[in-house]
Design a protein. Structure first.
Length: 276
């Protein structure tokens, strides 16, 4: 973000200074920035909780007409913490589902939010980070961004609604490629497929997303909220697919493939998925 943009911002009250999520206002646009550069903005419980609170604030604030979700630094989000997932494999399935629900609650809040949400993607949007970008209504991506479902690379399956969002948007073969290989897929290819709305020069995704959101925010908020509801209903039950994802994610987490995949990631070696 440039110095002039910072000067123009009217910083919203952010009582959660110790959480890795900045919430600011630029006119009628709320800008939510995932800010944990050390982990490339990996998703944490405090980040997700602050994200849900910010959405609730936006819903009840008539001065907010649109929202932008971005990542700090050179990444949108690297997704979930694999360290936490590794330890979750030894926990009960009910504990696993509770952890997934924290994330799914944030995603549901995004899908149910009546205000349009624009993702500004720089660098990688991986795993749950890709799911978050897909949960937004519109996506602006830098030319050098990269999109990865990534789950299958460590023996897991999608969460955060990625399986539903990609099925809605992509031809079957590209959908299968992302689900079965994990990607990456570049933004130009996703732009051609209609998933990414706009592609910008590196470092320009946030400013482009904010400018677009400011234009959108000047439109009729009530009509757009009703339009979002119609769009969601037209596609079928997103919530049902989230529940299916949760069940299969937990099943994958307790399978030996996930233990091998996550261990190999930390060992910096290719995983060996033994066949029986």
């Amino acid at each position: 973000m440039t110095e002039s943009q910072n000067t123009a911002q009217d910083t919203a009250h952010n009582s959660a200074q110790d959480t890795p999520m900045r919430v600011e206002r630029q006119g009628r646009v709320m800008v939510m920035t995932m800010s944990d550069p050390a982990t490339r903005n990996a998703l944490s419980l405090p980040m997700m909780a602050r994200g849900r609170d910010a959405l609730d604030e936006a819903v009840h604030d008539s001065g907010i007409g649109a929202i932008v979700l971005a990542g700090d630094g050179r990444a949108f989000s690297s997704g979930g913490h694999l360290t936490n997932l590794y330890h979750h494999g030894s926990k009960s399935r009910s504990e696993n589902r509770d952890g997934i629900e924290r994330f799914h609650g944030w995603v549901r809040a995004m899908r149910e939010c009546p205000k349009p949400i624009v993702a500004a993607v720089e660098g990688p949007a991986a795993g749950a980070g890709f799911s978050l970008a897909l949960a937004c209504d519109l996506i602006v991506a830098a030319e050098d961004a990269s999109f990865l479902t990534a789950y299958v690379k460590v023996g897991l399956t999608a969460d955060g609604g990625a399986s539903a969002s990609l099925a809605r948007a992509l031809p079957p073969q590209l959908y299968a490629e992302l689900m079965l290989t994990g990607g990456p897929v570049d933004p130009q290819r996703l732009h051609m497929a209609g998933v990414v709305n706009r592609v910008t020069a590196p470092g320009r995704a946030l400013s482009e997303a904010v400018a677009w959101a400011q234009t959108i925010a000047d439109g009729p908020s009530g009509a757009m909220g009703r339009a979002k509801k119609l769009m969601e209903l037209a596609y079928g039950s997103f919530a049902t697919q989230l529940a299916r994802e949760s069940d299969l994610f937990v099943e994958a987490l307790h399978h030996g493939e996930a233990k091998e995949g996550i261990t190999a990631f930390f060992d910096k070696r290719p995983p060996v998925f033994h066949k029986r």
